[in-house]
Design a protein around this ligand. Sequence first.
Ligand code: 8Y7
Length: 278
Amino acid sequence: MRWRACQFKFIFPRPALVMGVLNVTPDSFSDGGRFSETEAAVVRARQLIEQGCDILDIGGESTRPGAAIVDEAEELRRVIPVIEQLSKSISVPISIDTSKPAVARVAIAAGASIVNDIAAARADREMRRLVAESGVGYICMHMQGTPQTMQAAPHYDSIVDEVEAFFVSQIASLESSGIHTEQIVLDVGIGFGKTLTHNLDLLAALRRFTVLGRPVLLGASRKSFIAQITGAPTDSRLAGGLASASWAVSQKVNIIRTHDVTETVQALRIIEAITGRD
Ligand code: 8Y7
């Protein structure tokens, strides 16, 4: 396989970038067969770009707690046509949300330049080799367990210490696999094997992670911790997501992953306007 010249570098023209979520799953775009599913996803992607997102995160497997596993062929059928169409015509970097090296490999060949791997802790040799050889960006997310089991009984002696130790050891181990430090982004993985208290402990301690020398990403958009605090149903958690994003950026988080791009861009512009004057 020949690699595109994609020694990816995370460049931050502003303090924080917005990563727009594009789920290509049958439940995200209502019926109508494969062609219209791809078309609908491409239309949605263009919308997210118009709204101001800096990175598109495209995923074909639901990683919500308890979600069913999607097989590789199906995941490829969902995401690859979308990436192929978009990479020809857009300039924002495409991130492939997958923990399957085979999916990541085809996605990179189709134009993705970042791998968002929620199973970073279990990343096998093939995923590491792929990231090392292709030079793509790599989002290293913390998760306890798997999406199928993670919310059963999350336990930590000290979550902030453990997540920090995870990052430090992952950076070293990814580097020993030939991955450059510059390719790596860290993510505490809100909601992935964490109780409400765990999520809040991590959010309160973001500064501990933003001093580790790598960009930090936060995904809090629409997550259930917002409902645990406020009772808000899934479709009305925007304010909670914006509050989390604003807090995170004030703690020097560099990338906000969100379903709500317009509103998040506006919130971040305000934080930047306030904090960017010193
Ligand atoms: C995250 C994520 C999801 C996150 C990263 C949802 C795929 C659940 N959450 N990837 N993915 N960080 N890196 O509610 O927090 O969006 S899926």
